[in-house]
Structure formats: C-alpha cells, structure tokens
Design a protein around this ligand. Sequence first.
Ligand SMILES: NC(=O)N[C@@H](O)C(=O)O
Ligand code: NI
Length: 172
Amino acid sequence: MTELTRQILRPEPLTAEAFAPYGDVIETGDRDFFMINNGSTKRFHRLGEVILGKPDDRAIISIFRAQGLTIPLRIKLLERHPFGSQAFIPMKQNPFLLLVAEPGDVPDQTAIRAFITDGTQGVNYHPGVWHHPVLSCVAEDDFLVVDREGEGNNCDEHYFADTTEIYLEAAE
Ligand SMILES: NC(=O)N[C@@H](O)C(=O)O
Ligand code: NI
C-alpha cells in the first residue's frame, strides 16, 4: 500500500541570500548603484544575467498576464528550463509567490521552498532550477519576462504522485 504524504508550504519573505541557490533577486533595496545620465539616474547594474545554453539562443522579452491563484493551492507540478534563465519582473507592484527547489534530476519534494515578494522585487531563475509556473496573488497580474528562445525543449515538467499532497498556504 503506497503511503500518503501531506506537506504544507508557507511562504517566507524573499531575500537575495535565501534565494541564492535558485537565482537572483531583482531589486534596488540596499543594492549598489552608480550614477549615469549626467547624475540624473542611478544604475543598479547587473542584478542578474540572462543565461543562454546553446550557441544560437536568443534572449527575448515577453509579458505574462497571469490569472490569480486560490489559497490553499494544491501543488501538482514543478518545471525547469535546462537551457536558460527566466526572469519575472512585476509590472504592477503586486507581491507574487514563488515555489522553488534546487536543480536535480527530479525536484526534492522535501526541500521545496516558498517565498513571497514585497511587490517591488523580481526574480531570475537560473537554468535547471525547479519552480512552479508563475503564481499571481491578485485576480490578474502582468509580469515582464526575460528568458531564452532557441532549439530543443526548454521546459521539463515534473508531476508529483497522487499520493503526494503538497499544499501552498498563506504565510503564518
Ligand atoms: N511556460 C512558460 O513560459 N512559463 C513558465 O516557464 C513559468 O515559469 O511561468
Ligand atoms: Ni518557468
């Protein structure tokens, strides 16, 4: 008889340090900058890099208009992009939720972490990082997405067994 497992995930506030195993946090916060444009503009330089896996790959810019989720949310899958990074930048300053697991053949379901952004933060997933498709906290939200276009399948999905119940709940 296969054992049923039940796991509750609660998001923690997103920080660059905590997110380091999964990618970059795109934020100004306490980050370094230098002045450009004759002293009229602060440049928060290279907060993340677009990582491309194959010689003819292209970095492209898209907008994702995501429908909101209902909490608690049953997590059925995580995905990864082996050949490139993927960045999500909020366009309407709403917090959004992240579910990530470190690269590996399959996600370690005992080590999935949940984060919530502060509305100003974006993220740049590194190649191979397992993550849930974008999770909007409001009815509809827009994200500027910078990711890779090129040859080959760049989206692996891992579906959890029906006997594995993983739920994303609200923060405590
Ligand atoms: N499939 C797609 O373009 N979106 C996902 O990769 C996602 O992370 O939302
Ligand atoms: Ni993705």
